[in-house]
Write a protein that binds this ligand. Sequence first.
Ligand SMILES: C[S@@+](CC[C@H](N)C(=O)[O-])C[C@H]1O[C@@H](n2cnc3c(N)ncnc32)[C@H](O)[C@@H]1O
Length: 383
Amino acid sequence: MTEPPRAPGAPSTSASAPQRCRRSRPVVSLPAATGGGRPPSLSAGLRPCGEACASPAAGRLTTGRVFYHEPVMLGEVLEILAGVPSGVLVDATVGAAGHAAALLESHPGWELVGVDRDPDAVEAARDRLAPFGARASLHRARFDELPAILAGSGQGGRGVVAVLFDLGVSSHQLDTPRRGFSYREEGPLDMRMDPGSGPSAADIVNAEDEASLAELFARHGEERFARRIARAVVAGRPYRSTVQLADVVASALPAAARRRGHPARRVFQALRARVNEELELLGPALDWAVDALVPGGRAVVLAYHSGEDRIVKERFRAAVTGGCTCPEGLPCVCGATPRATWVTRGARRPSAEEVARNPRAKSARLRALEKLGAAANRPRPPA
Ligand SMILES: C[S@@+](CC[C@H](N)C(=O)[O-])C[C@H]1O[C@@H](n2cnc3c(N)ncnc32)[C@H](O)[C@@H]1O
């Protein structure tokens, strides 16, 4: 998830005292399956923002703060996974467990293995999923650790029938200034999803040379003015805070470019991806997901920027074509064996209604595939 303007009336996550929500927060009532990509029916209710904020999208931390995140394209995710048989759901980015709770509720035969690298998220998910008891097992881990986690859990011999990746960061992470993800709010320049591991964003901007910063901003942030920004960033060292860096980035841009969204958005996206190795970890994890699924099982991925989505498209296409190298439109003679088939044609996008309700959903792109049987060697589907 990137950081567009906060939704009108979005909750303040820094609130420590019980407050009233500033807007009606939807309470999801789950049908067994939802049709037509529409969100599940929502019955709005204004609740006090204290303990009653345990809506499907909110978990409560032991610190007393509320971990808030509205699950994106929930109706579409439920619809795509509606007909999938009983077994194990792997939520590779469980966050506040909005998707996970809705999926467990609509599939009584499913168990969940959920992971998140952020300790706050795991705590919130544990709280949110407590009503599901032993059906939910949660792990503080990166999703590249899933093979070991699943091997260790035994899963009672049940196969993995669904894998969900909802990439990026949660609203809670973005809106908590001390996590250092926000270019709008003053905080330490950190950006680590797992605060205890690896270099922070400050370590990177204070240490790397101008050429590597320019490459980072161009490649991971698709920033047109990467070189001039890198030059200004190096000249303005050392950095400790988010707004300090955001101001230097803004001052390095031509006036016209400053008017297109927040001037520091792409640089912050690039740094966040680098700090958390977001793009490096994704490809192998997607390959693992395709391997892990039983025939008929489905993988769903929500990506929030083009770098992520490109990797999803490439890895899923490789599974769907089996790596076929034959010319498009001709029968396959290279012996490739498709391992999966597309469930979505192209990327699905959130509805205008969802984006109006939750602007942070705007950049979401959803892709899904279904695992084929071991012996399947169907005619090559379009890539
Ligand atoms: C968009 S949120 C997920 C929200 C969740 N679907 C929900 O309904 O609340 C993304 C989450 O993925 C986690 N995350 C990102 N990359 C990860 C990785 N490589 N391994 C594990 N968790 C990761 C983040 O810490 C964050 O909590």
